[in-house]
Design a binder for this molecule. Structure first.
Ligand SMILES: *Cc1c(COP(=O)(O)O)cnc(C)c1O
Length: 225
């Protein structure tokens, strides 16, 4: 895994340099879903501090196990579709939610974070397809939805998140994410983060301004369950 990680880091640096971006502006989140907790300990040993998970049932015990066994400061990023009845659990260990994708989830998150001293970082997940059945906020609805997010004192809107569609038109999809980010910044200039880019497409995502990469299998190897 050390070799795969070094290879990914080298590709990230090269992609950043190619478009004149600073490496420090790009955060690597290693997606550890469907791997045992030991993989997280190995990644901590390799210097990684940010981990992504997409199911509370798996993430909650994993986060607890790591917290109990390690004093190294680290962060959990929740990146999957989040059911409202799991919100209370997720906000207890996650330092950011990348998948705020609908009003009912916003209501639940707002309620669960109302007493927080440090607001919870949230990214609005975009739906880059014409299919309203897919999760996420249509770019056309981003600003009004973001205005709703801003009414919640326990939430800190940091940016947008997107997943490229399967038809592999990366320029179209990452371009749409970047345009949505620009639109959001006219409402809240500090909400400038872009969570985009996975194992197969992170170099293109970097060219389109991604600040938070969610990379799994390219670093962790095949998922085990
Ligand atoms: C699993 C997952 C990833 C990582 O995918 P890889 O192709 O393994 O890099 C990134 N983002 C989300 C939302 C995921 O569910």
């Amino acid at each position: 895994m050390a070799e795969r990680l070094a290879d990914a880091q080298q590709k990230i640096s090269a992609a950043a340099e190619k478009c004149d971006r600073a490496n420090d502006d790009i955060k690597l989140i290693v997606v550890t879903k469907n791997h045992p907790t030991q993989l997280v300990f190995d990644l901590l040993d390799l210097g990684m501090r940010d981990f992504g998970e997409n199911r509370d049932q798996e993430a909650a015990p994993k986060a607890a196990e790591v917290r109990a066994a390690s004093t190294i400061e680290h962060h959990w990023h929740f990146i999957g579709q989040l059911q409202s009845n799991k919100v209370k659990s997720v906000v207890s260990y996650a330092s950011s939610i990348h998948s705020l994708d609908r009003q009912s989830l916003l209501d639940a998150l707002g309620k669960a974070t109302i007493e927080r001293e440090v607001p919870l970082d949230v990214f609005i997940q975009l739906n880059l397809t014409d299919d309203p059945g897919r999760g996420g906020i249509q770019p056309a609805n981003l600003r009004p939805f973001a205005e709703n997010v801003l009414t919640h004192p326990g939430l800190n809107l940091v940016g947008v998140m997107g997943v490229a569609a399967l038809d592999n038109n990366l320029e179209r999809d990452f371009g749409a994410i970047r345009a949505a980010s620009e639109s959001l910044r006219t409402l809240k200039p500090e909400a400038s983060l872009i969570s985009a880019g996975m194992s197969e497409d992170f170099e293109t995502a970097i060219a389109f301004g991604a600040t938070h990469l969610r990379i799994g299998s390219a670093i962790t190897g095949k998922r085990q369950y």
